[in-house]
Write a protein that binds this ligand. Structure first.
Ligand code: AP5
Length: 215
């Protein structure tokens, strides 16, 4: 299956994409993870995008287009993929259309997770991540066994710079202004399916997985 997973910052896209990728046996492509890895590795791309990530602004469409064309062209994406965090603008929809046409495949569904703003702010404010193995925790909902330490690799957990309160507000504003039209465009194509993102991650996953059986 070829799935776009959408929704505002912190709604739980990454959390659900990991589970769905395991269930469906398709690769999880998170543009945010790819960009953060480039920043951490200090690559040319990382140097170009660092400021955008830290301030919560969107990386320019041209850079994103090159990135997504390369990633979806790789062997592990042949059998399908879950795109987490792309497309985020109308131009990125056009870029994705071109890449899919070149590959001779089509999108099956665009899933949008929905949650209210107070819940999103609570999720982002409590998120902690492992800078080494990229595991994601939450201070209340998914705390590590030992405070501040990654269960999987023992590294010290950190807060993403864009999870600072002032940046969270900016990201929500960017989402409302620049990414909302993507919802409308996929809606017009009949590809959009909304899923309630409230509740325990396992309950949300049941809804997402149930939807996949009907696609
Ligand atoms: P990206 O990494 O994609 O960030 P985002 O869309 O803002 O999403 P998040 O990763 O913050 O949240 P999520 O929805 O995955 O939630 P999660 O599962 O972690 O992008 C970062 C930046 O990269 C952008 O700002 C931009 O600069 C750039 N970028 C990326 N793609 C781009 C593009 N296409 N174009 C241009 N720029 C781009 O969950 C959040 C927290 O809540 C976690 O702690 C989790 O444990 C917890 N949680 C999850 N689900 C639940 C639940 N059901 N109940 C309780 N807690 C939960």
């Amino acid at each position: 299956m070829r799935i776009v997973l959408m929704g505002p910052p912190g709604v739980g896209k990454g959390t659900q994409a990991v589970r769905l990728s395991e269930k469906l046996g398709v690769v999880h492509v998170s543009t945010g993870d790819i960009l953060r890895e480039a920043v951490a590795d200090g690559t040319g791309l990382g140097k170009k995008v660092r400021e955008y990530l830290e301030s919560g602004q969107l990386v320019p469409d041209g850079l994103m287009g090159d990135l997504i064309a390369e990633r979806l062209g790789q062997d592990d994406a042949r059998g399908g993929f879950i795109l987490d965090g792309f497309p985020r603008t109308l131009e990125q929809i056009a870029i994705l259309d071109r890449v899919l046409r070149r590959l001779g495949v089509e999108l099956d569904v665009a899933v949008e997770l929905v949650a209210d703003e107070a819940e999103i702010i609570r999720r982002l404010g409590g998120r902690r991540v492992c800078p080494q193995c990229r595991q994601v925790y939450h201070l209340e909902n998914r705390p590590p066994k030992a405070a501040g330490v990654c269960d999987a690799c023992g590294s010290a957990l950190v807060q993403r710079p864009d999870d600072e309160e002032s940046v969270i507000r900016d990201r929500l504003e960017v989402f409302a202004r620049q990414t909302r039209p993507v919802h409308d465009a996929y809606g017009q194509r009949g590809l959009l399916k909304e899923v309630d993102g409230h509740g325990d991650p396992a309950d949300v996953f049941e809804r997402v997985a149930g939807l996949m059986e009907r696609v």
